[in-house]
Design a protein around this ligand. Structure first.
Ligand code: SF4
Ligand code: SF4
Length: 469
């Protein structure tokens, strides 16, 4: 996969498509060709933009559809709450996501980059259309670049800043919840400085990214793009130029001047280069900068239609198909990835099925492990029971000592636990000291606590009481 590319048709290769020879940034002003892929991408883009904006408002089973509550170390997804202790679930989930990305890339190349990545979606279907609204098409934008943007560019930047602020508030809602966000918005920033700073930083980041950095994020910052040479193979789907059909290229004038030359279908019009948001020439082969946005397909298809030639000189294809006329679907990675994915998803499903509506942990008390009472006749153990309520409503939990025979002293029984929160009950277990005499070797006696709620939850948890040997 090449990393260098051409900035315009016929020019010698450059180090970076977005840099002039003297090192200055070459700002991309792509010309849009509204073809069939662009239409389809626009539908998907607006669906994704709406989904991102609406998800924080949606609830399932009384819980947010998605809440990444880092402060309380809880994650709610599709009405289920996961805790920081659910590391195995998190690991399986992350593994499934990673393998899905590998599989998707092996099959469909950079389809994520071109169709669903927020960078592409927001840049091409929100920020760039707004830019065109204020500044006009690519030619007018270039003139503003040369002569200074003036009022038009200032107004565009104000609009960008407003959208960036909206997006950063939405982003924040995923981490703190929409109710808290609205509450914060009505208060002074001094009352929630952390949240305010995050919002301000994200707004600035979004503004700088979409107003200035743009395609550089894909070319130099995004790690996914860097991994392409490993994740793609010669049978993966790419946007490619049919060299066989297109070459040798020649303009209409060339063709008139040299009627005896056997020209290919490419008329060297440069439309595919002018429309490319990363400024590359797809005719130079597969390049790291190509985000598979399909804009060059739409551009070239329109040219071919005008020339009354079949579409697809630039098309979705694979390196093998373009060079040898056929692709192989079955290859080792397409067997290996699905196998691991099925395994990870099965384990995840199994674990998810086993999640209970509350979590109980029994821990030793913070003071001395045990105290001898009544002149050595009885022993008191200080114990803590940590109960986490995964439900979306407050619940009382009753604690009982099932084994051995003894007395349970619990200042709060039942203990009430609010939705998604954890409470710790400090209790004392008073037992006959003779029990420990029987367990003379270890000084430990097995115990069982039961914790139940007013519905169906009942959990038995083993513990070891300590006492004098
Ligand atoms: S748009 Fe098509 S015809 Fe025009 S230069 Fe690109 S490949 Fe050639
Ligand atoms: S080469 Fe084509 S598909 Fe690749 S980024 Fe440029 S316009 Fe998009």
């Amino acid at each position: 996969m090449s990393t260098s590319s051409g900035g315009a048709a016929g020019k010698p290769p450059e180090v970076l498509s977005t840099m002039y020879d003297d090192g200055r940034r070459r700002y991309m002003r792509p010309r849009l060709f509204k073809g069939r892929f662009w239409q389809a991408r626009r539908v998907l883009a607006w669906f994704l933009i709406l989904a991102f904006s609406l998800i924080p408002y949606l609830k399932l089973n009384g819980k947010p559809l998605m809440l990444l509550d880092l402060a309380n170390r809880q994650f709610t997804l599709f009405g289920k709450t996961f805790l920081a202790t659910d590391t195995i679930l998190l690991m399986l989930f992350m593994l499934s996501v990673l393998i899905s990305i590998f599989l998707l890339t092996a099959l469909f190349g950079r389809v994520w980059c071109g169709w669903a990545c927020p960078q592409t979606v927001y840049l091409e279907f929100l920020f760039r259309p707004i830019e065109t609204l204020f500044e006009g098409g690519p030619e007018k934008q270039r003139r503003l670049d040369r002569e200074g943007g003036g009022l038009r560019r200032a107004m565009k930047n104000i609009a960008f800043l407003g959208i960036a602020a909206f997006l950063s508030h939405t982003f924040l809602a995923y981490w703190v919840g929409i109710d808290k966000l609205f509450q914060w918005m009505q208060q002074s920033p001094v009352e929630h400085p952390g949240g305010f700073l995050v919002m301000a930083a994200v707004t600035l980041l979004i503004f700088v990214d979409f107003a200035w950095f743009r395609e550089q994020t894909c070319i130099v910052a995004c790690p996914y793009g860097r991994f392409q040479s490993v994740l793609l193979d010669r049978n993966s789907l790419i946007v490619g130029y049919d060299h066989e059909r297109g070459e040798s290229r020649g303009t209409t004038r060339d063709r008139k001047r040299n009627p005896e030359t056997d020209y290919g279908d490419c008329i060297d019009c440069g439309a595919c280069v002018k429309t490319c948001p990363t400024g590359i020439d797809i005719r130079r082969g597969l390049q790291m900068e190509c985000v598979n946005c399909t804009q060059c397909i739409d551009a070239c298809d329109q040219v071919m239609e005008k020339l009354d030639k079949p579409r697809g000189l630039i098309r979705y294809s694979s390196q093998n198909e373009l060079e040898h006329g056929r692709s192989e679907f079955i290859r080792p990675r397409l067997i290996f990835y699905p196998l691991i994915l099925v395994l990870a998803l099965s384990l995840l499903g199994f674990k998810l099925h086993g999640i209970e509506s509350a979590e109980v942990k029994v821990l030793r008390g913070l003071s001395a492990p045990y105290t001898v009472l009544d002149g050595g006749e009885r022993v008191s153990n200080s114990v803590r029971l940590r109960i986490t309520n995964r439900e979306s409503f407050e619940r009382p939990f009753w604690i009982e000592l099932a084994e051995p025979a003894g007395e349970l002293v619990a200042p709060m029984n039942p203990i009430r636990v609010r939705p998604g929160e954890t409470e710790t009950a400090a209790v004392f277990v008073i037992t006959d000291a003779g029990l420990f005499g029987q367990a003379a070797v270890t000084g430990e006696v097995p115990a069982v606590f039961t914790v139940r709620d007013s519905l169906t939850f009942l959990k038995r948890t083993d513990y070891k009481l300590l006492g004098p040997k």
